[in-house]
Design a protein around this ligand. Structure first.
Ligand code: SF4
Length: 76
């Protein structure tokens, strides 16, 4: 899965949301998140993010971010 990290906070761009083929972005007041169970790992959103806030969970130490994204995707 891909996840949104804290670089997203207060970012005004939603280019990532528009390109996602499965609509798995969820929007809160200050950040977006990706539902990790809905993301199909296509990678299309990653280069669209001007804040470099979208990362694959294969990067080191991403477990906390995966749980953060899941938690808020389910709340929003
Ligand atoms: Fe959506 Fe693809 Fe990005 Fe996952 S990797 S959030 S499916 S655009």
């Amino acid at each position: 899965t891909y996840v949104v990290i804290d670089n997203c906070i207060a970012c005004k761009y939603t280019d990532c949301v528009e390109v996602c083929p499965v609509d798995c972005f969820y929007e809160g007041e200050n950040t977006l998140v990706i539902h990790p169970d809905e993301c199909i790992d296509c990678g299309v959103c990653e280069p669209e993010c001007p804040a470099d806030a979208i990362r694959p969970d294969t990067e080191p130490n991403m477990e906390t971010w995966v749980e953060f994204n899941r938690k808020y995707a389910e709340l929003w």
